[in-house]
Ligand binder design. Structure first.
Ligand code: G6P
Length: 469
């Protein structure tokens, strides 16, 4: 495979394995925003994507799909348990989301994380062209920037952190806190979702490593006694708005939205939650608030339905298995108490859906509930807004999401405050059309002007400024 001028490194490859009716195997690009944003650039600059194909012990040769070279990194079942489910999703994930669940610290997990990060760095080093650019993504790969710089000092290296970075008092718990900071500082530009995340990172760098920090610039000492500059600042991510606008305008998708409403018994108001089934999303808080509104008679099951899509996620991690039990218990209780033959309080769906169906749901929803306790950005909020070309619908948005920094015209909530959350739901349910329109217009302007393409361009521009070729 020829050397690539632009290399993306992420835990997952942007493809799904599709098994045909005859048992044949095929790979298809998964419709993520990241791929959409980077695809044009990857085709132009001869791009490669380094990532894990999503299953244990799958040793695949690099292959090409839609003009992008894919470079699979194999993980054994034990590495999946220790690097992916363990260190990434049971240590870093809960720690970086403000310890909503207790992080587990295990030295074997750290060893596996180091080993696997080295494998990703080696794969990237082997495909990148001389003086090429490598863009590393997310918390699973925090050591890759430094490991890659050691292997290939000629490269320009960017890193984007898709999840929150915690305050120093929490970050300091991590037994490998200095190693992780050094790993990230291997990049020329370290991007975060919110200004707050960048500030927390820079504070940790100053306090733990004692490097000089001026504004967003860190002076990173190098071997010969001099320093190089690493920039850490916010680049809020967004969505590829085009497919959402197109789907929202399609007659069959609009007909499907009407059909969904019909099949729920034509309630006056449909409330919607769409999340990976994750303890950071505040699904339990949302259901509790809604259940109390029904109990108190402020809402009635004949008039409202809550549709909760909770897509299966990280099911072998204990905290996720417990969460599922908890949520399903409360959904069952509320439905048992309030359902009638013709109406349901909560239509709970533990499934993932294609984008067409999600857009139909967004169009059917009068109120979108995003009540995360902590969330790097929350792209569902932006997807909902993008589809509402009719300027109708209300977004209820947690203050603890990255999206809250931008989407100022949403109904803002602190999901820990159940009374406040109940009032916010009522405000949304009762909001007059005029005000819905006013708010939605301003939300849409923001999302449509700052799409994922604007995000990737601004990141790559910053990378070019700090490390011009
Ligand atoms: C978050 C993370 C991503 C991750 C995704 C799905 O959005 O920031 O890095 O890929 O969740 O989680 P999974 O563990 O299935 O990759």
């Amino acid at each position: 495979m020829p050397a690539a001028d632009f290399v993306v490194v992420a835990n997952r490859l942007p493809v799904d394995r599709v098994i045909g009716a005859d048992g044949s195997e095929e790979w298809r690009t998964s419709p993520g925003g990241l791929v959409a944003a980077l695809e044009p650039m990857m085709r132009r600059a001869h791009g490669a994507w380094v990532g894990w194909p999503g299953q244990a012990d799958l040793h695949l040769d690099p292959f090409e799909i839609g003009g992008i070279d894919l470079v699979p990194v194999a993980l054994s079942a034990e590495e999946i348990a220790e690097y992916y489910e363990g260190f990434s999703n049971d240590t870093i994930w809960p720690l970086y989301h403000d310890v909503i669940a207790p992080p587990q610290y295990h030295r074997e997990w750290w060893d596996a994380y180091t080993r696997v990060n080295r494998r990703f760095a080696e794969a990237a080093a082997s495909v990148a062209a001389e003086n090429g650019t490598v863009w590393v993504h997310d918390y699973q790969l925090q050591l890759v920037p430094q490991l890659l710089r050691e292997l290939r000092p000629d490269l320009t290296i960017g890193y984007f952190h898709h999840i929150p970075f915690p305050a120093h008092g929490l970050y300091a718990q991590l037994p490998w806190r200095d190693q992780v900071l050094r790993g990230l500082l291997g990049a020329d530009v370290i991007g975060f979702q919110r200004a707050q995340d960048a500030t927390y990172f820079l504070t940790a760098v100053r306090r733990r490593l004692r490097h000089e920090v001026k504004g967003s610039a860190v002076a990173v000492p190098v071997e010969d006694g001099t320093t190089r500059t690493a920039i850490a600042r916010a680049f809020p991510i967004s969505i590829d708005t085009t497919p959402y606008l197109e789907l929202a305008a399609r007659p069959d998708v609009r007909a499907r939205a009407a059909e969904i409403r019909e099949s729920l018994g034509n309630p006056a108001k449909i409330l919607l939650g769409v999340d990976r089934l994750d303890y950071t999303k505040g699904i339990g808080h949302r259901i509790k608030a809604y259940g109390e509104l029904l109990t108190e008679g402020r809402l009635a099951v004949e008039d409202v339905t809550l549709v909760q899509v909770a897509s299966p996620s990280r099911e072998r991690v204990d905290a996720y298995a417990h969460l599922r039990d908890e949520i399903e218990l409360s959904v069952g209780r509320i439905n048992g108490d309030f359902d009638t033959m013709g109406h349901t309080a909560i239509r709970y769906l533990h499934q993932g859906y294609p984008r067409e169906e999600m857009v139909a749901l967004y169009l059917a929803a009068d109120v979108m509930l995003v009540t995360a306790l902590r969330d790097g950005m929350n792209l569902v909020a932006k997807e909902y807004v993008a589809t509402r070309a009719d300027n109708r619908g209300v977004l209820v948005l947690s203050e603890f999401t990255g999206a809250a920094d931008e989407l100022r015209q949403a109904v803002r909530v602190n999901p820990h405050d159940i009374e406040g959350l109940k009032d916010a739901i009522m405000t949304a349910v009762e909001m007059p059309k005029g005000e819905q329109g006013k708010r939605m217009r301003s939300l849409r302007r923001r999302v449509l002007e700052n799409d994922v393409e604007a995000w990737s361009s601004s990141f790559l521009k910053a990378l070019d400024e700090v490390h011009p070729h």
